[in-house]
Design a protein around this ligand. Structure first.
Ligand code: IVH
Length: 690
């Protein structure tokens, strides 16, 4: 066959195979037999072999995986991937809906075109798998990234390409709705859940057991483990599936969408796999019904779900509500109640955590709860053990909810059975012997940086991915360093020498040198990574970034008082108290000084000093045409201004977009200056740097 005929036939074959692939894996409705499909596929393979230069990356033959990687690269998400606020209580869901209604106000854009001011929500099953971001540029899959910490995740593109339900190329959309005809936006980022179907999971585990290997704990762990494999050829052998459920980035006008319901339609129209259970509702009763129904059909589904996600339908109204540092304010997870089983307590141990809190842990006769074998459960704290009166030998009810540590719910009384004495918290730390102090119901070992149990955890955390990211510093090495006395305090880490490590188990000259080098490199790090790595109670990754951005120097942070800390968005009284206490602790102060002497902290770039908008506070209401809220925020901050959520006398400008909410009225009432989009652009785009 000549080149141009081959080119033409290749295009035909690919589009035909893509189509059948789509019918089979996305729609579950194959139209041809497996044999007929294989025949087409073989023809494509043969023709590509004859014309290797005509192979394209989106060809269906390119899903078999490539050479293994050394490690997964960390990349930034196109838009933050937040998690959901959640509860299994209907009353909490009601509170969520009340908050939404209150924030949007009467006649809000929550219900386009309706004067009844009924707010619409889309309900979807909450899939229990691994969350991913998929990015399509000009219709081609260019990136797949795990959720990671929500800001950055791991690049798993090669692995995701092997999942047949993920189109490498989007389909040409057919949909023309009331908002006009639909196109792919040039940049489309969506959120999806990778799952392993339950039947495949069972078959996979049976095979492992037959080979004498350890079976996997749950479909979810198997899916998230598979997706993070370094060898994509192994991933290609795993029967993974995917559901796409949320838009992260994409031009709404081009997609001809304004609601979540329409987003799901559009994504489906683009050939992406969308779940078929969503429903659009307007009342709490309907939410309760849907939750009941999902619970009833839960065990019939071929994938695991652990609740229902409630999402505000109107996208412009979502922007109006915004997000906290953790959760969007426009969505909520209505979880299923946890699954429970009965077993017996064999022993109660006191276990010291990374932050020094000593937790009583029940060691139990292993029991299977919802597919996972459980043999340890937390008893939380001294008061909790006393209140539930759990003792060694007792019969207990244990529950497990999703990812959280199993809990002992209650004791099941046994008539006429003699019980053991009550559990008593030890006086001294089970790890270092230091006398425990009482903090509320908790017992805490105050020896933060020397207690071996804490030190090991602190070293691991300090070197972890979102902290100093020291490759090679893991559980095993941290344990050895502490046990052999090579690291007695955190700063000793920077004194480790290659010669000390070479003879240790698991080390050779190359790995020892690599680790010492990695530690030296990590001694120069971002302020926010350092802060996160310290493991200050309550200070997670997002807060660490916020603190770094606000203070821009470690010294001003460590001397800040509670009031100053609380002026930062997202820092409340409890957090500020913990931060101040952490820095005030004498022992910590000494260790921090030693660390600082060995490290160099890089500070985020300062905003335009004396920028034209220095000190100005902006509130946005309604959707902007020419940019997203995030882009607008960047412009404001670049000019020295700040974006805040609610209108008050202290607000400088209220920027009004399409379908403004109640904030406009508030601005007018308070006499705050109102800008339209053009006025806003004029303000931020003029030369503000002196
Ligand atoms: S929407 C910003 N919809 O649940 C909100 N999440 O903490 C975006 N999940 O890890 C999430 N099914 O991956 C959404 N239908 C669904 C979902 C879903 C499962 C996961 C999500 C996240 C977790 C929530």
């Amino acid at each position: 066959m000549n080149r141009s005929a081959a080119r033409k036939r290749l295009a035909e074959l690919r589009s035909e195979i893509d189509h059948h692939n789509y019918l089979y894996h996305v729609r579950d409705r194959p139209e041809i037999s497996d044999e007929a499909y294989d025949k087409l596929f073989r023809e494509l393979l043969r023709l590509e072999e004859e014309h290797p230069d005509l192979v394209t990356p989106e060809s269906p033959t390119q899903r078999v995986g490539g050479a293994p990687l050394d490690s997964l690269e960390t990349v930034e998400h196109t838009a933050p991937m937040r998690s959901l606020d959640s509860s299994p209580e209907l009353s909490e869901v009601e509170r969520f809906m009340d908050r939404v209604e209150k924030a949007l106000g009467p006649g809000s854009p929550g219900s386009p075109g309706s004067d009844t001011a009924e707010i619409a929500y889309v309900l979807e099953p909450k899939l229990d798998g691994a969350s991913l971001e998929l990015v399509y540029e000009n219709g081609l899959l260019t990136r797949a990234v795990t959720r990671g910490d929500g800001q950055v995740g791991e690049d798993v593109t090669e692995n995701v390409r092997t999942i047949k339900a993920v189109p490498l190329k989007l389909r040409a959309p057919k949909g023309t709705g009331k908002r006009g005809s639909r196109k792919w936006p040039p940049l489309l980022a969506v959120r999806a859940e990778v799952i392993m179907p339950i039947d495949s999971f069972d078959a996979f585990n049976e095979k492992l057991i037959a080979e004498g290997k350890e079976p996997y704990a749950s479909p979810r762990n198997t899916a998230s483990g598979a997706i993070r494999q370094l060898d994509s050829r192994l991933v290609a052998e795993r029967p993974l599936d995917i559901y796409v459920y949320d838009l992260l980035v994409g031009d709404l006008a081009q997609m001809a969408v304004g609601t979540q319901w329409e987003v799901l339609e559009a994504l489906e129209d683009f050939g992406l796999r969308v779940n078929d259970l969503p429903r659009r509702v307007t009342s709490l009763d309907e939410v309760a019904d849907y939750h009941q129904r999902m619970m009833a059909i839960r065990d019939e589904l071929n994938y695991e779900i652990d609740g229902v996600v409630i999402k505000l339908d109107d996208i412009a109204a979502r922007d109006e509500l915004g997000a906290t540092s953790h959760h969007p304010r426009w969505a909520y997870a209505f979880k299923f109640p946890p699954r429970k089983e009965i077993t017996r307590v064999l022993e109660i141990l006191a276990s010291v955590g990374r932050t020094g809190v000593v937790t009583p842990v029940a060691i139990m006769r292993p029991v299977e709860i919802g597919g996972v074998t459980v043999s340890r459960a937390t008893l939380h704290n001294r008061e909790e053990v006393a209140r539930k009166d759990i003792r060694k030998g007792d019969k207990v009810r244990v529950q497990r909810a999703g990812d959280v540590i199993p809990q002992v719910v209650e004791r099941i009384p046994e008539k006429g059975k003699r019980r053991r004495p009550k559990f008593k918290m030890p006086k001294g730390c089970p790890s270092c012997g230091t006398e425990l102090i009482e903090r509320g119901p908790f017992s805490v070992c105050p020896n933060s940086f020397e207690c071996p149990a804490q030190l090991k955890g602190r070293i691991i955390h300090f070197g972890s991915r979102y902290a100093l990211d020291i490759e090679g510093l893991g559980e095993e090495s941290a344990k050895m360093f502490v046990e052999l006395g090579l690291v007695k305090h955190l700063p000793d880490l920077f004194e480790l020498k290659t010669e000390q490590l070479i003879d240790l188990e698991g080390f050779a000259e190359k790995s020892a040198t690599a680790l010492v080098d990695a530690i030296a490199t990590a001694s120069k790090t971002d302020l926010h990574r350092f802060l996160y790595g310290l493991g200050i109670p309550e200070v997670g990754n997002t807060v660490a970034r916020d603190l770094a951005n606000h203070f821009r120097s470690f010294d001003s942070l460590r001397t800040a008082d509670e009031e100053t800390l609380q002026s930062i968005d997202g820092v409340g009284p409890r957090m500020s108290e913990q931060i101040v206490a952490f820095f005030a602790e004498e022992h910590n102060a000494k260790v921090l000084d030693q660390l600082l002497a060995k490290m160099e902290l890089m500070v985020p770039e300062a905003p335009h000093e004396g920028g034209k908008l220095e000190g100005a506070k902006f509130v946005f209401t309604g959707g902007l045409d020419s940019m997203s809220r995030d882009e607008a925020k960047v412009l404001v901050e670049a000019a020295g201004g700040k974006v805040v959520r609610s209108v008050s006398k202290a607000t400088t400008f209220v920027v009004v977009g399409d379908k403004p909410g109640s904030k406009l009225a508030k601005a007018e009432e308070l006499g705050v200056e109102v800008l339209d989009e053009e006025g806003f652009r004029g303000l931020v785009e003029s030369d503000y740097s002196k």
